[in-house]
Design a protein around this ligand. Structure first.
Ligand code: ATP
Ligand code: MG
Length: 274
């Protein structure tokens, strides 16, 4: 396996303030990694190191990590959560899935339901979809007027900046698949009775809006990739590379955070264990 010396974080991060054309981001890219089996071994090693760092983050109890996952249907959010977060300790790890808002949620501002799901100190939180739906599906289907959704980019940036200042380390991943790959995955669901439950007519209908979604994603990536909450475009046509890239970027982030065990609450030397 050749691999690339450059950190994956640098390779796939959308540089703040830069324009994004998704057709320039190859969803088949594997960054020089060419051996699927070795990549799986690397993923396992990465996950073991992640577990150790999660243990420290939990013990430190000062900061948290928020992972935001966005993708087109069949883009691999569920698979990514299973493979990358599965090995973590469920105590201290929370996944929240955001569906179409309920009437109560709609009666509040769009960040209300999101804010209460933000991980607390020591926790790793994963958002399966997020507040970004409010400038994606909402925009593509004209669920609110342009003058409402267009203000949300800066509202989101302010919100995320406030979280970051509170010690929430935010990583945002767009799992980038091609339109053809999506079709293959949707067809595979039709062919596999165990996956029939995942099929929704809407997924096939939404394909008509593919280009609108790409434009909406480009705006999100361009306007909301910031120093304190960067977006990463993860090439996701190859599931093994998607998993490796996600776990490596998470590891690079946690290594940089370098969580520390707090000092013991009592003087260990004076303990009498009888
Ligand atoms: P799967 O990949 O397993 O199908 P999913 O995340 O697509 O999982 P679904 O229940 O199929 O889950 O879809 C959730 C739906 O909720 C999506 O179509 C999404 O666009 C929609 N949704 C999420 N947030 C909002 C929002 N703020 N406004 C309107 N629709 C939303
Ligand atoms: Mg769905």
């Amino acid at each position: 396996m050749k691999g690339d010396e450059m950190k994956l974080r640098d390779k796939f991060q959308v540089k703040p303030g830069h324009g994004v054309k998704l057709k320039d981001w190859n969803p088949d890219n594997t960054a020089g990694y060419d051996d699927k089996h070795k990549a799986k071994e690397m993923l396992q090693e990465t996950c073991e190191r992640l577990s150790q760092l999660q243990y420290r983050l939990y013990a430190e109890n000062r900061r948290s990590v928020l992972i935001i996952l966005q993708a087109m249907d069949a883009g691999g959010k569920d698979g990514a959560i299973r493979h990358v977060m599965g090995p973590l300790n469920p105590q201290g790890c929370r996944v929240t899935s955001f569906k179409a808002p309920t009437p109560v949620e709609l009666a509040h501002d769009f960040l209300w339901r999101v804010h209460r799901a933000v991980p607390g100190k020591g926790e790793i939180g994963i958002f399966n979809r997020s507040h970004y739906e409010d400038v994606l599906v909402v925009r593509v289907h004209h669920l609110v007027p342009r003058k409402v959704w267009s203000k949300r980019f800066s509202q989101i940036n302010d919100f995320e900046k406030m979280l970051a200042a509170q010690g929430v380390h935010i990583l945002k991943f767009y799992l980038h698949i091609s339109k053809d790959e999506q079709l293959e995955r949707l067809k595979a669901r039709v062919d596999d009775p165990d996956k029939h439950w995942k099929i929704s007519l809407a997924d096939f209908e939404e394909r008509r809006y593919w280009d609108d979604y790409m434009r909406a994603y480009e705006d999100v990536l361009e306007k909301c990739s910031t120093k304190y909450a960067p977006w990463y475009v993860i090439p996701a046509n190859h599931k093994w590379f998607r998993n490796l890239a996600l776990s490596r970027i998470l590891l690079e982030t946690l290594e940089e955070m370098d969580p520390q065990f707090p000092p013991p609450a009592c003087d260990i030397r004076t303990l009498k264990i009888e």
